[in-house]
Design a protein around this ligand. Structure first.
Ligand code: ADP
Length: 210
């Protein structure tokens, strides 16, 4: 099973990836936790380039193609082999991030981005995507508390994050005829353990486990 987490910065993705990973490991599954961009030698190099505050002036198209390149490498080198071995792969961000960030917020067009996503992933679609939705105000508050906003993407302004959130909400209402139950929206303003339990319930239902 391939599970992805989506959301704006500080929505709780990495917290919930870890918790779900632990939950499934305790149930006896072989779990692989990944985060994008990264996860291979080449993808980590691309990550450095993408998140470097000195990469100012990067074109939205160049940004998108770099994310896609990192993703293609990750899918082929790591995700597909792990799925073939029967592992559960949990990935913090995947191609919906490009649709929301570069397609909607950077203005490349969600449909354009989706068609390149298909090439980059070789058509691999997550079995389940958990979109943790929080307000931009809450995101900025959490980033400030954590003393973050240090990388190039995190230091974008509130208007940019509003647009990213809009992109995600658009994805939630889009036509999903190729994968009708994939995209789940979770209220990220609830407390960590409430969200944790809700995600476990969704995964149990999808996987038909106790
Ligand atoms: P992301 O991976 O989406 O950037 P993180 O999981 O790193 O988000 O969480 C960012 C910060 O917000 C961390 O300090 C984390 O403890 C906190 N956090 C995560 N989920 C919640 C929540 N539901 N309520 C309050 N704070 C949260």
């Amino acid at each position: 099973m391939f599970i992805t987490f989506e959301g704006i910065d500080s929505s709780g993705k990495s917290t919930q990836c870890q918790l779900l990973g632990q939950y499934l490991t305790d149930k006896g599954f072989d779990v692989l936790l990944l985060r994008e961009p990264g996860g291979t030698k080449i993808s980590e190099k691309i990550r450095d380039l993408l998140l470097d505050v000195n990469s100012g002036g990067m074109l939205p198209l160049a940004e998108f193609l770099l994310y896609s390149a990192a993703r293609a490498q990750l899918v082929n080198e790591v995700i597909r082999p792990a799925l073939t071995e029967g592992k559960i792969v949990i990935c913090d961000r995947f191609d919906d991030s490009s649709t929301a960030y570069q397609g909607h917020a950077r203005g490349l067009g969600m449909d354009n981005v989706k068609s390149i996503n298909k090439i980059a992933t070789g058509g691999l679609i997550p079995d389940l995507t958990i979109f943790i939705d929080i307000t931009v105000e809450e995101s900025l508050k959490r980033l400030k508390v954590a003393g973050k906003m240090t990388d190039r993407m995190e230091s974008e302004d509130a208007r940019f994050f509003e647009a990213v959130r809009e992109g995600y909400l658009q994805l939630a209402t889009d036509d999903k005829s190729d994968s009708p139950n994939r995209f789940k929206v979770i209220n990220g303003l609830d407390d960590i353990s409430t969200i944790e339990r809700r995600i476990q319930q969704i995964v149990r239902d999808e996987m038909v486990i106790d």
